[in-house]
Ligand binder design. Structure first.
Ligand code: HXC
Ligand code: NAP
Length: 280
């Protein structure tokens, strides 16, 4: 969608970028000329991702192990990336933890684990890079937060994730105003279902998606394609989106609206039923 050299000379840091949607966004950014910095907990996964991504573009790829919950580890990893790359131009807060569970069954540690990865992790990365960017005074920087549609609606059975993503969305909107004067934009994407190993094994264990017909919840009757999300992320990070600040873009095939519309349940009526209703 974008010109080949859209990100030439730019460096993008992706948390959780060795797998799933983070990997797919990284691949497209590399194809568009970017350098990549990737951090997550598992060094093996980072090394495998680097090897595979190297075939997708000429940009540099730096990796560093890091648990985003730990502010000291985040500062160390980001310090390494800045030193190696010269500077980081954009941050994608993509790392997440999640699982389905009845809320009353959760331990405090189970609840906090998801809150800490998503909310504290996104804060740790944003604050560390933001302070550096403000001190350097260069401007033209972007933070892209990957949230979910239920950051706005809330959702049963993923309450820690919904709370944390709502907090990340609040951070997006708050800093959009506070940091704009430093040339730092904030944007967010709220994806619906995009199949990844990490999400599917935790949200739909034992093939729950097929058993419950998840796809029927989506007006477009299909899940998302990774390249669709990567295209949107690339656009939001690019200069073509330079006037978009503080917005969250939903990409879910209309899924959340289907759950929300008062009369949407009428979708189950057949043409014959509509005809007989008109007659009566
Ligand atoms: C209840 C659980 C649990 C589960 C873990 N815990 N899994 N509780 N149900 N399924 C509890 C544990 O019992 C423990 O509490 C606490 O959580 C910490 O567990 P650990 O295994 O020690 O944590 P850790 O090794 O840090 O792993 C974090 C994790 C794990 C979140 C639990 O799943 C992970 O690493 N996830 C990363 C990737 C991921 O989740 N990707 C999916 C993102 S999808 P106790 O009290 O026993 O000590 C996504 C999609 C959103 O966000 C929208 C989709 C449409
Ligand atoms: P994923 O492959 O499981 O990605 C999560 C990544 O986060 C992993 O690479 C993981 O790497 C990293 N991570 C987890 N805990 C971490 C920690 N403490 N420190 C550093 N890194 C950590 O899942 P995904 O589906 O691609 O999800 C990517 C993003 O999209 C998430 O923000 C998710 O909430 C969002 N999302 C996904 C969907 C979907 O349908 N897939 C829908 C809505 C929103 P390590 O294990 O190596 O740490």
């Amino acid at each position: 969608m974008l010109p080949k050299d859209t990100f030439k000379g730019k460096t993008v840091l992706i948390t959780g970028g060795a797998t799933g949607l983070g990997f797919s966004m990284g691949r497209m950014l590399l194809e568009l000329g970017a350098n990549l910095c990737i951090m997550s907990r598992k060094m093996e996964a980072l090394e495998a991702a680097k090897e595979s991504l190297q075939k997708c573009g000429d940009g540099h790829i730096w990796i560093h192990p890091c648990d985003v919950r730990n502010a000291e580890e985040v500062e160390k990893a980001i310090g390494y990336f800045i030193k190696e790359s010269g500077d980081v131009d954009a941050l994608i807060n993509n790392a997440a933890g999640n699982f389905i569970a009845p809320t009353a069954s959760l331990s405090h540690n189970g609840f906090d684990t998801v809150l800490d990865i998503v909310l504290k992790g996104s804060k740790n990365c944003t604050l560390t890079l933001g302070k550096h960017w403000i001190a350097s005074g260069k401007g033209s920087k972007t933070v892209l937060n990957i949230v979910t549609t239920y950051a706005s609606t809330g959702s049963a059975f993923v309450v820690p994730s919904a709370m944390a993503k709502a907090g990340v969305l609040a951070m997006t909107r708050s800093l959009a105003v506070e940091w704009a004067k430093y040339g730092i934009r904030q944007v967010a994407i709220a994806p619906g279902p995009f199949p990844t190993e990490g999400a599917w094994e935790r949200l739909f264990p034992g093939g729950l998606d097929k058993k419950l017909g998840v796809i029927n919840q989506i007006p477009l009757k299909r899940v998302g394609d990774h390249r669709e999300l990567a295209n949107l992320a690339s656009y939001l990070l690019s200069d073509f989106a330079a006037y978009i600040n503080g917005e969250v873009i939903t990409i879910d095939g209309g899924e959340w609206l289907k759950g929300a519309g008062e009369m949407n349940f009428l979708l189950q009526l057949t043409d014959e039923q509509w005809a007989s209703l008109k007659r009566s």
